[in-house]
Design a binder for this molecule. Structure first.
Ligand code: C2E
Ligand code: MG
Ligand code: MG
Length: 498
């Protein structure tokens, strides 16, 4: 389809290029023919003017003068004298034994110039040609004066005419329907795709009464520019279409795969420990979703937002919640102070059913709501009353609520106070700033102060080194830590029993 469109676009573009070239060729030919015709006319005028000034008596010296004039001309074959409409002598024939009657002229110009077109020669009728007369001088144009016009094989029809278009000096090809454009119209404006192209031009107003009009038909659509452009257009659009199709297929298949994984149990859950900073005792686990497809792990930062955009955020949360409770219920029952922390989205918090789902899931496993913490990303809008109401209800039922990635959003103290969360989880970028960047470290100090002020517990993400752990312990011994130093996210089978 796209290839066909590309092909057609190419054909049209090629056709325009082709016609443009034809127009150029025709305009060039037209102006060359006009320039040549003007040279012929000017030479005739020059000769007639020179002959008029000489003694016009057909004497030996007069004929000699005519011969000199003729000898120096290019387009004129003979020059003669007229008396009372009769030819009396000429450079070629000398003095005629008896004067010969001139035939009736084809037309007379406003300047008084009399013209014969393709007339039989007066002296020898075997010769035909054009003649022009002014007062008592007549010139005979050489038959080859316009040799080379129109250019052989060009297929051009042309006509040399008077400015008013009523008389034709010369015609080439099929000219009965070839006319000068309406007065004041400089040249033709053919339709962009019209196969018949025309060109016209006239001598300057002050000059000879002469115009040239030409025509060339171009019916062939598949000249080289059209062919090249159409093939290139087809290839280019086909390539683009291919890219689009591949992209769509790819995007489509990722979504299909993700839908299957979420609804068909293909999402794994890994667990990362949270530990008391002071004692390193286990406080709980964060459940983190994992998706492996086509031999590659897809980061949750990519597939979680995609799932939410596909309207599968709820299904993902419920799957992770069920899986986490199934995997951890033994440990949680053995140590009721432990909790599993689950990431939830704003959509879950607006879903009235989610609370019941959680309560059922907890009681099915013989657990209490205190065994479950819900992580809400900082910035989840509270303006929507549903979210805040749900947070309150969940806390009232005994679930813990953590504000995740604290410091990356735009929350203020008001947000924290309103949310009444159990803990804030300081984003790992601040932990990474310890000992590296003063500003980040300063923020940690502030967050510690705020959490104390609001009596909210503090969980610090991304602890990778002992140095970071020591720094944090010195400032907030009651904090809980999470990070590679305390344990990476692992499948349930890899959690050491402690
Ligand atoms: P998060 O909730 O902030 O999870 C903590 C992320 O930090 C995890 O990335 C974890 O692997 C990583 N992490 C933990 N300790 C360290 C450390 O010491 N150093 C470094 N560099 N990274 C550490 P992960 O698993 O790639 O998850 C990324 C995010 O995806 C999570 O951030 C969470 O927002 C989201 N996510 C993961 N699972 C779920 C889920 O089941 N539901 C929802 N809604 N979101 C999820
Ligand atoms: Mg989290
Ligand atoms: Mg986080």
């Amino acid at each position: 389809m796209m290839a066909t469109l590309g092909f057609l676009a190419g054909v049209l573009a090629g056709r325009l290029v082709e016609l443009d070239q034809v127009d150029d060729r025709l305009a060039g030919h037209n102006s060359r023919l006009l320039a040549h015709a003007l040279r012929v006319v000017q030479e005739s005028h020059r000769l007639m003017a020179a002959a008029t000034h000489a003694a016009a008596d057909c004497s030996e010296s007069d004929i000699a003068t005519l011969r000199v004039l003729l000898f120096n001309s290019t387009f004129i074959r003979d020059i003669g004298r007229i008396q009372d409409g009769m030819l009396t002598c000429s450079a070629a024939w000398g003095k005629l034994p008896e004067a010969l009657q001139l035939p009736p002229p084809a037309f007379t110009l406003r300047s008084g110039l009399v013209l014969w077109v393709g007339a039989a020669n007066i002296v020898d009728s075997r010769i035909t040609g054009d003649m022009a007369a002014s007062r008592d001088v007549v010139v005979f144009t050489a038959p080859g004066a316009f040799e080379g016009f129109p250019e052989p094989g060009s297929g051009i029809d042309a006509k040399i005419v008077t400015r008013d278009g009523t008389h034709a000096y010369r015609r080439y090809g099929r000219t009965h329907d070839l006319h000068l454009p309406a007065e004041g119209n400089d040249g033709y404006r053919a339709g962009a795709f019209a196969p018949e192209r025309r060109a016209s031009a006239c001598a300057p107003e002050s000059g000879a009464d002469i115009c040239v009009v030409s025509r060339l038909r171009s019916d062939a659509w598949f000249q080289w520019p059209a062919m090249v452009l159409s093939v290139a257009g087809a290839l280019a659009l086909a390539f683009l279409a291919g890219l689009c199709v591949m992209w769509r297929l790819h995007a489509g298949s990722v979504k299909t795969d993700l839908r299957k994984a979420i609804l068909g149990g293909g999402i794994q859950v890994h667990y990362q420990p949270l530990r008391q900073l002071a004692t390193r005792r286990l406080a709980g686990f964060e459940a983190l979703a994992r998706w492996r497809t086509r031999g590659r792990d897809v980061p949750p930062n990519l597939f979680v937002p995609l799932a939410e955009a596909m309207g599968l955020g709820r299904d993902l949360s419920r799957h992770v919640t069920s899986q986490a409770l199934r995997d951890l219920h033994g440990r949680l029952r053995k140590n009721p102070a432990l909790y599993v922390s689950i990431n939830v989205s704003a959509a879950d918090l607006k879903d009235a059913e989610y609370r019941n789902f959680l309560l059922d899931a907890v009681s099915e496993r013989g657990l209490t709501p205190a065994n479950v913490a819900l992580e809400i990303t900082e910035g989840t809008p509270l303006s929507d009353g549903h979210v805040l109401a749900m947070v309150k209800t969940l806390r009232a039922k005994g679930f813990k609520v953590f504000i995740d990635d604290f410091g990356t959003g735009h929350s203020n103290l008001n947000y924290l106070a309103e949310m009444q969360a159990d803990a804030i989880k300081l984003d790992r970028r601040f932990t990474h700033a310890i000992g590296v960047e003063a500003a980040g470290t300063l923020i940690i100090d502030h967050v510690i102060a705020i959490s104390r002020e609001l009596r909210i517990s503090l969980i610090i993400e991304g602890i990778e080194t002992e140095e970071q752990a020591r720094y944090l312990l010195a400032r907030q011994p009651a904090a809980v830590g999470q990070g590679w130093l305390f344990g990476r996210p692992v499948p349930i089978g890899d959690i050491a029993s402690e």
